[in-house]
Design a binder for this molecule. Structure first.
Ligand code: NAP
Ligand code: MG
Length: 406
């Protein structure tokens, strides 16, 4: 066998390693599907929980800054510690979610996109193309002030202008018994950058952009979002038209109904809570968490790619016991191909993009050929007899890739 000439990747990529079963598949992917084919400068950051703890979480901050500098990152799933994890790993403290830290440094929007494969039918019969969810991950109920009203009394909303001036007071409710109340907010800056990120992503994916809110009821709050989306899409009108991309504003309930009846193929921009809820519905509807990819896009065009699932603890426990596992590596492979395709696009090196698309084709053809992990076997049509183990699936993809690339 001759020595394969590796494809040169012009500029570096930031790699962020992670935890548990996700880390196991990460290293299999890198060793079998990436390194043998690419000559690439990888800036490696270990975001495994132990290393984050040792570096007082500076590893996460450094990785995020590296993405800011270099433009492209690819991340393995990581543990977000809770109290049990602090004990399990004997951590100095309950470190914040790495994804949250990276998101706040890059000021980005997260888009989730399912991978559609012919023999893995979505739960919704009409869905043929991916439904991408863009979630505004700032403010609303996630940054609210709320409390239980215990005794009769009045809840008011008070605005105090900076530097004095008259206070504005709005009555929310006069309680004559127990109840609850909440105050929440958002900022024009954040909503505008969300709208811009959605427009840019719709342009890069060449899909229509939908935005849904409840402006008939919340005329000011939801209306504010609607107006900003209208302004930003108007500003981008020429670019959208050139790419034949339509912008649609819908009432959120209408959006839900239309999405269910559609064949997919749109970017659905959602307010924070809607995006939280709808992304789980769409992910489940498309079959498995192992088929859901996620990309963080910053307003200045930096990208971080990852799988939407976590570290798959249950499978990791089996792995540690020495039992065979069947963990789906597809979303993690697509995190790499997403990063490589974008790198190739930004660098003007089409052969890197071609490699990424070839690897994606190999993954899809492997599943369509009946080789798949257990999560997919359970929903595949036509039925398949047996499932592949974690490594067997990656090996099958690697074999196809070698044949295709020569
Ligand atoms: P998870 O890793 O998403 O897994 C939940 C369940 O979904 C698994 O037990 C498995 O179901 C199924 N699943 C998920 N990914 C799969 C795959 N690739 N192949 C096959 N099945 C898959 O969530 P978790 O186990 O509850 O969370 C573990 C850790 O992940 C937590 O510490 C959390 O903080 C972290 N997390 C990280 C990220 C991130 O870094 N982006 C995101 C979410 C969660 P079965 O058990 O039925 O096989
Ligand atoms: Mg959710």
């Amino acid at each position: 066998m001759g020595v394969r000439v590796k494809i040169k990747v012009k500029n570096p990529v930031v790699e962020m390693d992670g935890d548990e079963m996700a880390k196991i598949i990460w290293h299999l992917i890198k060793g079998k599907l990436i390194e043998p084919f690419l000559d690439m400068d990888i800036r490696y950051y270990d975001l495994g929980i132990k290393h984050r703890d040792e570096t007082d979480d500076n590893a996460t901050v450094e990785a995020a800054n590296a993405i800011k500098e270099i433009g492209i990152g690819v991340k393995c799933a990581t543990i977000t510690p809770n109290a049990a994890r602090v004990r399990e790993y004997n951590l100095k403290q309950q470190w914040k979610s790495p994804n949250g830290t990276i998101r706040s440094i890059l000021d980005g929007t997260v888009f989730r996109k399912p991978i559609v494969i012919k023999n893995i039918p979505p739960a919704v019969r009409t869905w043929k193309k991916p439904i991408i969810i863009g979630r505004h991950a700032y403010g609303d109920i996630y940054k609210c002030a709320e409390f239980v009203v215990d005794t009769p009394g009045r809840v008011e909303l008070v605005f105090t202008p900076e530097g004095g001036g008259e206070r504005a007071i709005l009555e929310i409710h006069d309680f004559n018994g127990r109840g609850v109340a909440m105050g929440m907010y958002n900022t024009e800056k954040s909503i505008r950058s969300f709208a811009k990120a959605c427009i840019n992503y719709a342009l890069s994916e060449k899909v229509d952009l939908w935005f849904g809110a409840k402006d008939t009821i919340s005329k000011q709050y939801h209306g504010f979002f609607r107006d900003i989306f209208a302004e930003e899409t108007e500003k981008a009108n020429e670019r959208l038209k050139d790419s034949c991309i339509q912008y649609r504003y819908l009432l959120i309930d209408d959006a839900v109904a239309q999405v269910m009846k559609s064949e997919g193929g749109m970017l659905w921009a959602c307010m924070n809570y809607d995006g939280d809820v709808m992304s789980d519905m769409v992910a489940t509807g498309f079959g498995s968490l192992g088929l859901m990819t996620s990309v963080l896009v910053s307003p200045d065009g930096k990208y971080e790619f990852e799988a939407a699932h976590g570290t798959v603890v249950r499978h990791y426990c089996e792995h540690l016991k020495g039992n065979p596992t069947s963990t789906n590596s597809i979303a993690s492979i697509f995190a790499w191909t997403g990063a490589l395709a974008k790198r190739g696009e930004l660098d003007g090196t089409p052969d890197v993009g071609t490699f990424a698309r070839t690897l994606e084709t190999c993954v899809i053809e492997t599943v369509e050929g009946g080789v798949m992990t257990k999560d997919l076997m359970l929903i595949a049509e036509p039925k398949v007899e047996k499932y592949a183990l974690t490594e067997e699936f990656i090996d099958a993809v690697a074999e196809k890739l070698r044949k295709m690339i020569g």
